[in-house]
Ligand binder design. Structure first.
Ligand code: GP9
Ligand code: MN
Length: 628
């Protein structure tokens, strides 16, 4: 090929290609921690070339400059968003997940903390482009046109062919670990294929449930029980069935609350004094794992009220926004309960405006109800949440109306900045300023709120006739938040290296005066899907004809806990290990729950198959539900 003379449009063309290739190198290095030039050449380069050639094919020169700039801006921003998203969630976002970044505004403090200065390198080439544009009249660049027939045409054909071949080769490749999928398929291919497959992209689509299977809900429950290895126990034989019949239910979902701070002491002082006291008269499950997907907090709300698996790669509140879910609020309404949920954020965050009617609460109370008092982080503090919530409870109590109130806390959200005047917990000097220290203070704040709430319930005479339960929505401590000292500080608190077992372990505690008085701390394996069946059993709500994927922890011991999104689909916790697949089961990894030591995973193939069946059955069941 004849050597090209320097030229203006040729310069823009080459500048675009070189800067995009550098951006891909940079992005792949940050995401996958290694750079393989061959991968970039075979998987990503064809797209860059294709974009540049398409621009060069435009007949009017005038639009080329704005096009090069806009496309470069789109690519830079896409990579930037993917990197920031990945640093928090550990996942490569799809087109659908990125659509939800409209919510980023609301969590801007968290996002700001995750930004690293080097991410802005993705925009450095705009300076170069600016210089080139400002100097374009200088005789540095001759207005020589890139030959369409000799150069652009053939390059366009080749790059287009390579893109199509790549898409074809990777289209049926199912890799549930999104980071591995994007690395293997290429970022552009991954995004294109995810968009093609739809919101739950690339995962095997659930088969439609047959009419016969749908007619009898029992059949589906039998299937679930069979896969899980559970024997249906008649209500009359269930331990604690109806032990708290007709009691109110107050269920608190604590933001970012993990299990490890419960019972923890720092310099001899308890981080959670109120919870520690409560444990003595409660059923406390300390080996329970989060099962939330991309919908985070809202997924936890969905799971706790339905005992179904969340959608996974997209918030359930969006993916199944039209559906009417069989749920705990609906069941309790049938028993004469008033049901409502309280969360002091805008109602459209996480599409709760659709989620709450889908769950069937009688009422919901959001930001407009709580006002703009005592703002911390994302909105009104949890003290405002319980104080204003209390007025509703008092009203219903006065009318002798049983209620189910689901309180969704928010103050302990990342970046865990509790204002100094609220900091009741004095940190040891070395924890001051660290994210671990801030997190501990946020959890201590939760504990303080719980203590105040219980005092009020007792004062109002509501306590005696109420089941009060709480759980954590999802992890709060993630390595992407850590600064240099944090891993060491956390290790010191835990007495061992911080692992994903600690990270996904959230607490679940139930206090029912007269029922749980003797206290019971259980380390049986559990998941968030078990919250509803366990509470239903205590309240005497039969789930015999109500499909549920979780189980009653007071009666069913054997368990298998599936998770996707934060770990690839097919990941699970069983009584011995936590397992996470790689590209498939074969290159997965099993860690012993007690020690986090790696063990051969071959013996757990059956559990992997069982969990995939449960996920697909849950998806199929949700898909089959009628619309609201
Ligand atoms: C906002 C709160 C935060 O309403 O639910 O959600 P998260 O970021 O934890 O999913
Ligand atoms: Mn949350």
């Amino acid at each position: 090929m004849k050597r090209l003379k320097p030229k203006f449009y040729g310069t823009l063309f080459s500048l675009f290609i070189v800067s995009c290739v550098l951006k891909i190198l940079f992005t792949r290095y940050i995401l996958f921690e290694e750079v393989n030039f061959l991968d970039i050449l075979s998987l990503e380069f064809s797209y860059i070339l294709l974009f540049a050639c398409l621009i060069e094919y435009i007949p009017t020169n005038k639009v080329k400059i704005p096009l090069y700039i806009s496309l470069n801006l789109i690519i830079s921003t896409l990579f930037f968003a993917i990197i920031v998203y990945h640093s928090y969630f550990g996942n490569i976002p799809t087109y659908y997940a990125l659509m939800q970044t409209g919510q980023v505004g609301a969590v801007k403090d968290s996002v700001t903390q995750l930004l690293q200065p080097e991410y802005f390198l993705l925009y450095v080439d705009f300076l170069v482009m600016l210089i080139v544009l400002l100097t374009r009249k200088l005789p540095l660049y001759t207005k020589y046109k890139l030959s369409k027939t000799k150069l652009i045409g053939p390059l366009l054909a080749v790059s287009f062919a390579v893109c199509i071949i790549n898409l074809y080769l990777h289209k049926d490749e199912i890799i549930t670990n999104s980071a591995l999928a994007a690395e293997t398929k290429g970022i552009f291919n991954y995004e294109a294929l995810q968009a093609y497959y739809g919101p739950n992209g690339g995962l095997p689509q659930p088969a439609d449930l047959s009419d016969k299977e749908l007619k009898s809900e029992e059949t589906i429950q039998d299937k679930i029980n069979e896969i899980k290895g559970i024997k249906e126990i008649p209500d009359s034989e269930r331990k604690y069935f109806g032990a708290a019949k007709d009691c109110n239910l107050i269920l608190i979902q604590f933001e970012s609350m993990q299990d490890f701070p419960i019972g923890l002491k720092m310099d001899g002082k308890e981080v959670t004094p109120n919870m520690n006291k409560l444990i003595k008269n409660s059923f406390y499950f300390n080996n329970l794992y989060q099962q939330t997907g991309a919908g985070n907090t809202s997924d936890a709300e969905f799971i706790a009220n339905t005992s179904f698996y969340p959608a996974g790669m997209v918030a359930t509140s969006t993916f199944f926004e039209k559906k009417a879910f069989p749920s705990m609020p609906k069941r309790l309404q049938k028993e004469g309960y008033e049901t409502f949920t309280l969360h002091a954020d805008k109602i459209d965050f996480w599409n709760r405006v659709e989620l709450y009617p889908s769950l069937g609460f009688n009422k919901y109370y959001a930001l407009d109800f709580f006002g703009k008092e005592d703002l911390i982080g994302l909105g009104p503090s949890d003290e405002v949440l319980i104080n204003k919530g209390m007025s509703l409870l008092k009203n219903l109590h006065a009318k002798n109306k049983p209620f189910y109130a689901h309180f969704i806390s928010m103050t302990s959200h990342h970046p865990y900045e509790i204002p100094p005047e609220k900091k009741v917990f004095e940190l040891p000097a070395k924890y001051k300023g660290s994210i671990v220290g801030k997190y501990i203070q946020a959890i201590n704040y939760n504990d303080m709120v719980l203590g105040k709430f219980i005092d009020q319930l007792k004062k109002e005479g509501i306590w005696e006739n109420t089941v009060l339960a709480f759980y954590g929505d999802h992890m709060g401590m993630h390595h992407t938040m850590f600064k240099e000292r944090d891993p060491e500080l956390l290790k010191e608190l835990l007495g061992h290296e911080y692992t994903k077992i600690d990270r996904f372990n959230v607490p679940f505690m139930i206090t029912a005066p007269g029922v749980t008085d003797d206290g019971m701390t259980s380390d049986q394996l559990a998941g968030q899907l078990d919250i509803m069946p366990t509470l239903a059993n205590l309240l005497g709500i039969s789930l015999k004809d109500h499909v549920h994927f979780g189980q009653d922890l007071l009666n069913d011991q054997e368990n298998l806990i599936g998770m996707r999104y934060y770990m690839p689909a097919g990941s699970f916790f069983n009584d011995e290990v936590v397992f996470q697949p790689g590209k498939s089961f074969e290159d997965g990894e099993a860690l012993i729950l007690e020690t986090a030591k790696k063990v051969p995973h071959a013996p757990y193939k059956e559990d992997y198959d069982r969990i995939l069946k449960l996920l697909s059955l849950s998806d199929a069941y949700l898909k089959s539900l009628p619309e609201k």
